[in-house]
Design a protein. Structure first.
Lengths: 372, 139
């Protein structure tokens, strides 16, 4: 074996050691500490371009001339591609500078907020993806020939809803500061988030203290059922089957899951013959139109998932009343009333808007990719 | 004869519990009320019912309900509570011994590894017939 081959194997071995535990998808706050900024410079050894998160491995030469292999974790391939980057943007041998935050457990990993090519000073692999700018003059709500608003794409060019104005859940009127994953700025604010029963508040606080590290959506790729499907970074797509009076909600961030809303007047029992003894991640939903608003009632949820970002508990007694409206082509208004007498002392409400991403299909994103 | 029948019964319960454990394998996910589910373990030194215990707990939105050893001894809980301050569990149940005399059980413990599907309850059990350690894990 020559020296170059030996060095290459050594680098790969070091990368594998660093990568231990780096593959698991997670809430950002669970793994990285935003109070510990870190900047490093080094030479790229490997680019692992895949979901759920891209990793770039690089060698850092320490003052004593010894070399350490580090991993910088970045957003998904979906978000990086939408920001103009690809798997060939960086290659082994490139010199880079990385700014980010350090791993909580002290391993040689950081979450990268910025990667710069040392030679060109060009920022690479940073996320610049933002919601499409709505037109100056609001475009009218697309409608079916009978005047009913269309919630899906008005043309075959496609389109979906994403960029929620809030990716966290709290009761209307609550003034609580939390990050985009739903991690509270102050744990003492927890009781304001929702009208919790004591056990539910305790469990919510426990999850918060652990920085949402136990989120089954990330640990076990559990579907983002209930409210959570409308808080996801990769959006949702409505497909309206008018002939059969049902609507499909395709979930962009949940391993291509879908939810069915029945509009044919059936009871909230799922299958026509009924299968309501089988609790589901997305429950059983029936809907009807009230003017320009689609009102959807859903129950029959299981307890195997977190129904919102942030770790709010629920029980199988959860039922939702969701109201969907499209005041113009580019806006979906989502309002929800949450009634779960197993976890909360009274029904409570919340709501936000999603933005239209026209002319595109849902991004392809599989959580299971982190298991490969 | 009595001793033989008791041993046979204990063997049967042991096999049943083992079967439950084998079927259960990894614990089923349960992100709702932390006590809800099937719990398998031991109340060490229980001369009346044996060391093995299968505990079924449920949450109806207002109260914890449940049963000990369903299908064998079939003991309904008379009281059960969970205090999230320390995740303290208190359970009471009334059973009968072989002579038909009432035996009142009190279990006191706390939940460990709350975030895991196979979380545990550890503590003590006591009755007028004895006392000992109590440890069950959610299946």
């Amino acid at each position: 074996m020559n020296m170059r081959a030996a060095a290459r194997i050594g680098a790969l071995f070091a990368a594998a050691l660093v990568a231990r535990g780096a593959g698991a998808h997670h809430a950002l706050a669970a793994k990285f500490d935003d109070t510990r900024p870190l900047s490093l410079a080094g030479i790229v050894t490997l680019v692992d371009w895949r979901n759920p998160h891209v990793h770039v491995f690089f060698n850092v030469t320490k003052p004593d001339k010894s070399v350490e292999n580090w991993a910088v974790e970045l957003e998904s391939t979906v978000l990086l591609k939408k920001s103009g980057w690809s798997r060939t943007t960086l290659a082994p041998g490139d010199a880079i500078k990385v700014d980010g935050i350090a791993a909580r457990d002290g391993t040689r990993q950081l979450w990268g907020s910025n990667v710069t090519e040392t030679a060109t000073n060009r920022r690479v692999l940073n996320v610049t993806d933002t919601a499409p700018r709505p037109p100056e003059v609001a475009r009218p709500t697309p409608r079916w020939p009978d005047g009913t608003p269309q919630l899906g794409a008005p043309t075959s060019a496609g389109g979906y809803w994403a960029y929620p104005t809030s990716s966290v859940l709290m009761q209307a009127g609550a003034k609580v500061s939390m990050n985009g994953d739903g991690v509270l700025a102050k744990l003492a604010d927890a009781p304001q988030v929702a009208p919790f029963q004591p056990w539910a508040l305790g469990l919510y606080q426990h999850r918060q203290q652990r920085h949402l590290a136990d989120d089954p959506s990330f640990l076990n790729c559990k579907p983002p059922g209930a409210v959570r499907q409308f808080q996801q970074p990769y959006g949702v797509q409505f497909v309206e089957d008018r002939k059969n009076k049902r609507m499909f909600v395709l979930i962009g961030s949940g391993n291509r899951n879908y939810r069915i809303i029945y509009l044919d007047g059936r009871a909230r029992q799922g299958q026509v013959q009924g299968d309501d003894d089988n609790p589901l991640y997305y429950g059983r939903a029936v809907g009807h139109w009230e003017g320009d608003t689609l009102v959807v009632e859903t129950s029959g949820f299981n307890e195997d998932f977190w129904f919102s970002n942030g770790g709010l508990p629920h029980t199988d007694k959860l039922s939702l009343v969701e109201r969907f409206s499209r005041p113009n082509l580019d806006t979906l208004r989502y309002e929800v009333t949450i009634d779960d007498p197993g976890a909360y002392t009274k029904p409570w409400s919340s709501g936000w808007e999603l933005k239209w991403v026209g002319g595109e299909e849902l991004p392809v994103y599989f959580c299971q990719d982190n298991r490969s | 004869m009595f001793s033989g029948a008791r041993n046979l019964r204990r063997t049967f319960i042991g096999i049943a519990l083992l079967a439950v454990g084998l079927v259960a394998g990894a614990a089923l996910a349960q992100e709702g009320h932390p006590l809800k589910g099937s719990w398998l373990g031991e109340w060490t030194g229980n001369q009346v019912l044996g060391d093995n215990i299968l505990l079924i707990l449920d949450w109806d939105g207002k109260a914890v309900t449940g049963m000990i050893n369903p299908g064998t001894d079939n003991i309904r809980l008379t009281k059960a509570s969970l205090d999230p301050n320390g995740w303290v569990v208190k359970i009471e149940a009334d059973a009968k011994d072989k002579s038909g005399a009432a035996v009142h059980y009190v279990i006191e413990g706390h939940i460990e590894n709350l975030e895991l599907p196979n979380r545990q309850i550890t503590g003590t059990w006591s009755s007028q017939k004895g006392r000992g350690k109590f440890a069950v894990a959610r299946q």
